[in-house]
Structures are given as structure tokens and as C-alpha cells.
Design a protein around this ligand. Sequence first.
Ligand SMILES: [Zn+2]
Length: 330
Amino acid sequence: MEECLPEMVPISANVKNWTVSELIANGRWEWRKLQGLVPDETLQKISGINSFCLHKQDDPVWDKVRNGFYTVKKGYMETKMKKFVVDGRAGGTFSLPNSIWGKVWKLKILPKITHFAWRCLVGAVPVKEALVRRRCCNTSVICPICNQEVETIEHTLFLCSRFQGVWFASALSWKIDCNRFQSFGLWFEKILIDDNVLNEFQLAYVAWIIWLVWKERNSVVFEAKQHDPIKVVQLAEKAVREFWKANDWMVDDDEPVTKEIGWKGWRPPDFGVLKINCDGSCSLEAAAIGLVCRDHAGGFMWGFGEVVKSNSAFLTEVLAVLKALVLSRI
Ligand SMILES: [Zn+2]
């Protein structure tokens, strides 16, 4: 009853559980109950219903088809037509254009990873915030990895301080801007729909990283394993190359992950040269530096990270560059 009369009149608690049959007695409408429950024009329409119908039992009816019977085919069509509104971060919602789904299904990745990407988009990944919001469990919403912030899908995959290193160590060398990152859906929509951002191979690589970060999160939380961002990146690159080779999609065995005309991010060095990217991060509590070395194909050579003594972002960055210079001579 509550779903049928969502906005007509305020509904008292006992009325919320009524079914249509409770408004009918001896084959006649209970007008006393109906009056005040629905507007007059609806009452008029109800009075026009044939009394023959009032002797029948209540049956579930799907109002999208004339005969009232639900079919999977029609349900699928209905879902496809509908503009998707999904759960967003911390209980908000945002809508995704229908065109995004076709792009997701066409990603050249394992079906289980496509399915995971879809779950991320519709808010169906069991991060702490989602579990508590849906009252699935009565636990803390704080990220079990860093113990600092609410664990949303965005936090787990991109914003968690423990996983940001994965993106930096990746062939894309992404530095995640925590202040500007809005939602997974908007981010994924941008990289899927904007052809100038990533090519097909890079999209597969990114989707694989997302999947492996989630697996890594589960290993740390449920199996108390040590987090290793370098291992995640290496696994992602190996897996996507093997999958593409097995499907004969790889034109060049040594195809760099960063090879693309419109690519404006990290570029590989010339053949025979290694490139070291470095970064430093400083907060009130601690400072740390990270370095990644890659070859001409964007292949991972080595990575390095350590906590340093520093009280400013500038000094931390300088220490990172200094370390890169020292290690490049080894
Ligand atoms: Zn975290």
C-alpha cells in the first residue's frame, strides 16, 4: 500500500501494511476506509471498477505490460531504457548515461572483471560504508586498511593512502588528486567515453588494476596478508598482456601500456633508457617517498619506498629526487 500511494496523503503506520483486499468487504468497496486515504478523483476511478473484480483474490501485477505478467525479456528492456540512478558515495546518488553500459560490456577483459566493474558502478561492492548504509551489519564504516577514513568504493580503489601507491607505480603513473576525485561512476564514465584518455589496452589494464586492488584489500582484511602495491601492478600488467595475447588482440608483444596518440600522461623513455618517477608525501604525522623505474616499453623494473624525516612537502619531494639520483647510479 505504501508503494502504491507514495505521495497522495500521509499514511498512518497501521495503513502501511494494508492490502487491497482489506478495502473490500462482501464484494464491495469499504468507502469509509477509502475516503481520506486517496484524493476524490481517485475515488471516482475506483468506483468505476467492475464489482466482478472485487470477488477475486489479490494477485501481484506488473504495470509495465497489459496482461500484468512479468517476463525477463520485458524486464531487461525496461531496465535498459531506464536512466540508471545508482548509489553514490556516502549515500548520495548520481545518474549514469545509458551509453556507459555498452562500453563496460565491450571492455576486453575477463568476464568476472567486467562484472566487478559493473558492481562498482551500481554500488554493489561490500565496502564498509555500503554495508552499514544498507543495514547489512552493525560495524564501523572506517577503512580497515588505513583506519583513517570512511571506506567507500572510491576510498578503497583510489583514495586510501595504502592503495594510492598502486596507481603511482602503475604504467600510467597516476597521482590521485584526493580533493578533486568525486565518484567512481563519474571517473569511469570519463575514461570510458572520452576516447582521448585511454585506448582499449589501457582500459583493460585499468580495469584489471581495479579488480586486483579489491582482491588485495580482501587479502589484507581477511587473511592478514601484507599489502604490496608493486605486486598488484606487476600482476595486472602480466595478466592483461597474457589475456590479450591469448585472444590475438596484441599487435606487438612488447606493446607499451602508454602507447597512444592522445595519451597526455606518462611517456616511456627511448629504447635502452630507464626512467625513474618519484614522489613525496608529507603530513603532520609522517613523510614518505616513493620511486618507480620503468623501461622503454613502460615495463616495471623496480620500485622503492621509505619513510623519511621531513616537515614540508617541498623537502620531501627533494628527498625523493635525491634518492632517485642515488639509486640511478647503482
Ligand atoms: Zn583506507
